[in-house]
Every structure is written in C-alpha cells, then in structure tokens.
Write a protein that binds this ligand. Structure first.
Ligand code: PMV
Length: 301
C-alpha cells in the first residue's frame, strides 16, 4: 500500500545533557521544518531526495527499521523516498524525525497498526543506531508534536504552549555530533565528579522552576532559566565561540533569554523573544553570522 508520513523538528528549551543523568528536560516541536517519507509500491530502492548527510543516516537506519517491523521481504517491492528540510547535526531532531516518519510510513505500507508505545520503541532502536545511547527525548516530542516535560524513557507530561511565547532559532551552520558531545560530557563528569554533582543539583532546580514558568506563562523567569542553562552548558564544555556570540547578540537585541540548544559543539542557539523585538533579534543573528534563522513559534507582532 502506498503511504506517506511527516514528522516535524524539535528544539530543547531546557535540560539537554542533564537529562542523560536523570534531570527533567523541556522540549518543543518546530512545525516550520519537517521530514516526509513516502513508500511507493512498484518501484525499488531507498531514494533520499536531500543532502548526503541525510542519506548516510537513512541508509544506516533503514534495515533496522525493516527488521524492527518484521518486513524485510516485502521491501523488495517498494521504493522509499525521504525528503527533509531539517538541518542535520544542529540539534533539531533530524534523525528522530526521520525515524518517526519512516516507522509510521513503513507500518502503514505493511498494514500494521502501531500503538504509541510500539512506535516509541521502534524509533528508539533507530536513534540508538545513530546516537549510541539516546535519552528518547527527541522522538518523544516529535511523535507528540507538542511541548513535553520529559522525566525519562516513557515518563513525560504533554504541555500547552504559553501565550506570547515567541522563539527563534539561529543555526550556526556548523554541525555537531551528539555522540561526541555526550561522550565529552561523560568524560568531564568523570574528571570533575564533585563539581558535576553540585552543578547538576543547581540545574535540576533551575530547570524545574523554568518548566513551571513555561506552564504559567512567566516568560522573563523562563528566559532567566535559559540564560543559566547556557552558562552551565559552557561549563560542561559543549559551547563554541560562535554559539556564545549568537547568545550574546540575541540578549543585546532584547531577547528575554538565549542558550545553545541540543548537544552543542556546533548546532544552533534558541532565543525567547518578546514580540516587539523579533525583527531586531533576527537581524542581530544574521549580522553575527547565523546561517539561517528559523521561527520555532512566532506570535504575530
Ligand atoms: O540530538 P540533540 O543535539 O538535540 O541533543 C540531544 C540532547 C542530549 O541531551 C545531549 C542527548 C540526549 O540523548 O538527550
């Protein structure tokens, strides 16, 4: 059966890296970017209508997806086409979006109905191929398409967007490796165990009150939690000069908070922007060298 599925991008507002060690994280969907997978009967092969980097990931996960859904033989009669506008390696969930769209398109094409739990497990297998030991945060938020407070595998709350919450992403154009960043943080933790523990306790409080601020729509307090998160990620060694520059220019242009988002060592910066500063922050990002500015969610001015 012909089938098609889309999945959006995601960005982490609070808690990347700490979530790997059991702290809460807050992530939100990015509806303006997407990955679409089409399964077309009567042709064969895996066709990736996007960049080389997407191709490598898709080729690596395709056989795992077929095995997970127990459909290796039927695939001989299909072509699978992948299209995506999600940048790779910039913390926007490109692999999790591919996983969600691929698993759902393949399940439909093979007449399987998947519970949310089964979808979650199958996509986790693909995420493990790509990232090593993912927390599961990325594909949870993407599969739901709503903001998520994530406490651990399959433990999360689906949240509502607060009103007037405008978020802008500035892509640095420098892809980072999640696996490498997570390994670097693990090494830093081993070498600085007391400091790590102390910082984790502080960040657990910052993140908890940031999540509460998000739920209550208290945007200045949420911005403050984002700023403190960026400082802690700098301490863990996952920021880069370009990311620090993008954070500073957003704050100078009126953002309520700004931080690197995702694993770091490249990737993007996320800014919480009052409506009247959207143009200023967008221009500041561009002048500071952002490759692309992506609206995550934008209230009308
Ligand atoms: O894949 P990214 O760049 O969005 O980062 C994932 C977030 C980490 O906390 C660094 C890793 C994880 O698995 O949660």
């Amino acid at each position: 059966m012909r089938s098609s599925h889309r999945a959006c991008g995601k960005t982490i507002l609070l808690g990347e890296h700490w979530v790997v060690y059991g702290t809460t994280a807050l992530a939100v969907p990015i509806e303006s970017i997407e990955t679409v997978v089409d399964v077309v009967p009567g042709e064969t092969g895996l066709h990736i209508d996007v960049s080389e980097v997407h191709r490598t990931t898709a080729e690596r996960v395709y056989s795992t997806a077929l095995e997970g859904l127990k459909i290796p033989n039927m695939a001989a009669d299909w072509a699978v086409r992948v299209q995506s506008t999600i940048p790779v390696g910039e913390g926007m969930g490109s692999s999790a979006a591919l996983g969600c769209a691929l698993i759902q398109a393949l399940a439909k094409a093979s007449n399987q109905s998947l519970s949310f739990e089964k979808l979650w497990e199958r996509v986790l297998e693909l995420e493990t191929v790509v990232h090593g030991a993912p927390s599961g945060l990325d594909h949870t938020v993407i599969a739901h398409g709503s903001p998520i407070a994530f406490y651990g595998p399959q433990k999360y709350d689906v949240l509502h967007w607060p009103t007037d919450c405008s978020l802008l992403l500035a892509s640095s154009g420098q892809p980072g490796s999640t696996r490498e960043a997570v390994e670097n943080v693990a090494k830093w933790r081993e070498e600085n165990s007391d400091h790590f523990e102390q910082l984790q306790r502080t960040m657990a409080d910052v993140i908890e009150s940031g999540v509460a601020s998000f739920q209550r729509g208290e945007l200045p307090a949420l911005g403050q939690a984002m700023n403190e998160s960026h400082a802690a990620l700098q301490t863990l060694g996952v920021s880069l000069p370009i990311l620090d520059r993008l954070v500073q220019c957003a704050l100078d242009a009126g953002a309520l908070g700004a931080k690197l988002t995702g694993a770091g060592l490249g990737g993007a910066v996320l800014a919480l922007v009052p409506k009247h500063c959207i143009t200023q922050v967008t221009e500041a990002f561009q002048q500071a060298g952002a490759e692309r500015v992506i609206p995550v969610r934008q209230e009308q001015e």
